[in-house]
Design a protein around this ligand. Structure first.
Ligand SMILES: [Zn+2]
Length: 185
C-alpha cells in the first residue's frame, strides 16, 4: 500500500519516503524543466542529455533554464548500477530511456526529490525509496511489476539489462518476430 499526499505542486510520496523538508533539492525531468516556474528551478539538478532534449522542445526555454542556474550533473557508476538492478526487478527497464534511468539514479544518490510524470520512473522510485513528485498528472497509486511479452506468441522474456531508446517496442521476439512489449504482471 502506497501512501501519498497532495502538495500545491501535485501528488507526491514524500511523507512516506522521508518526510517533508523545508528546503528540498529537486532532480527534474524534462517535463518539469518545460513547465515549472523558473524561480523554482533555481538549484534544481538535471543531467547532460536533457540539454539537447530541452533545446529540441524549446530553444528559448533551454536558454532560460541555463540562465536561472539549473545544475547539470551525472550520477556515479554505483548509483546507476543499483538503479539498473532494481529496474530489472520491477521490469521498468524496458520502458526507460538512458536519461530516465540517470535521473532516478541521481535522485537516489543525492537523496533528492525526483520531479516527474513518468509512471515508470515513479514506480522505480517507489521501489528504491526515492521521494518523487508529479508535475501535471496524478501520478501512480500502486507499485507495478512489468513483464516483457511477445504480442504475437505471448512468450515471456527477461527484462533488458539496459535502457532502450524506443518507448513503443522493446525489440522483436526471437521465435516469431513480433514486437515485444511491457505488460503488467
Ligand atoms: Zn513471439
Amino acid at each position: 500500500m502506497v501512501v501519498f499526499v497532495w502538495t500545491n505542486r501535485g501528488k507526491t510520496n514524500e511523507r512516506k519516503a522521508g518526510g517533508l523538508h523545508v528546503k528540498d533539492s529537486f532532480v527534474v525531468d524534462t517535463s518539469a524543466l518545460l513547465s515549472w516556474p523558473l524561480t523554482e528551478l533555481n538549484g534544481a539538478i538535471m543531467v547532460q542529455s536533457q540539454v539537447k532534449e530541452l533545446e529540441r522542445h524549446s530553444p528559448a526555454r533551454a536558454e532560460m533554464v541555463e540562465a536561472i542556474g539549473v545544475i547539470i550533473s551525472e550520477p556515479n557508476r554505483n548509483s546507476i548500477s543499483s538503479t539498473s538492478m532494481v529496474a530489472m526487478e520491477t521490469g521498468d527497464m524496458g520502458g526507460l530511456s538512458d536519461t530516465d534511468l540517470h535521473l532516478v539514479a541521481m535522485a537516489y544518490e543525492r537523496k533528492c526529490v525526483l520531479v516527474t510524470d513518468d509512471y515508470r520512473m515513479q514506480n522505480l522510485s517507489e521501489r528504491m525509496g526515492v521521494r518523487w513528485r508529479s508535475v501535471n498528472s496524478d501520478g501512480i497509486s500502486e507499485v507495478w511489476i512489468w513483464k516483457v511479452r511477445c504480442v504475437g506468441c505471448g512468450r515471456a522474456f527477461d527484462s533488458p539489462e539496459s535502457p532502450t531508446k524506443r518507448k513503443d517496442s522493446i525489440g522483436e521476439c526471437t521465435y516469431c518476430g513480433s514486437d515485444l512489449k511491457l505488460r503488467r504482471e
